[in-house]
Design a protein. Sequence first.
Length: 102
Amino acid sequence: MREPDLFADVSFYSPQSGGRIKPIPSGLGFPCKASETAPNAWDARLYFEGAPIQAGETRRVGLLFLTTEGEQAIRNAQRFFIWETRIIGEATVCTPEADLSP
């Protein structure tokens, strides 16, 4: 597997807030949108170590985009949204060694 295109702190919404019910395993792909109302989305796979991400959890992940256009659009946006028939989470681009504390 190649190195991630970028890293982000991703927060998945709880099911009560419109998020996913099932946990997110490493390697699962999602469309990423640069804003909640953006007409375009770019496919990326999320990679991380450890247990699957639970709804309502925040985790630092590596993202591999299918296109360089998608990587650049999300990198430039800095804040982006995870889509799965609706927005199920949001994220902020970071460096892998950035502090994850609030």
